[in-house]
Design a protein around this ligand. Structure first.
Ligand SMILES: [Zn+2]
Length: 80
């Protein structure tokens, strides 16, 4: 799949790929910037991604190794 600039592709633990762009991408970048010093080398991945179905679609969670979670709402059509 060709990858465009300004978009981020994330594969969750459930092996579902989300395409993130626009305001959500900014939130993810901001979250990762805020947490760039959390990584201690004790875990394989600092950030883990998971999704949870919600009433409107699918919500994506980004969890830092420190335990903080960023929730992004409603990816219509993802996870099917
Ligand atoms: Zn953190």
């Amino acid at each position: 799949m060709p990858r465009k600039a300004g978009e981020l592709y994330i594969e969750t633990q459930e092996k579902i790929t989300f395409e993130i762009s626009g305001a959500d991408l900014e939130k993810v970048r901001h979250f990762r910037e805020q947490h760039k010093n959390c990584f201690r080398g004790e875990v394989l991945e600092q950030f883990t991604y998971s999704f949870s179905p919600s009433g409107m679609g699918v919500a994506l969670e980004v969890r830092c190794s420190c335990g903080k979670i960023l929730e992004l709402g409603d990816f219509a059509g993802a996870g099917r």
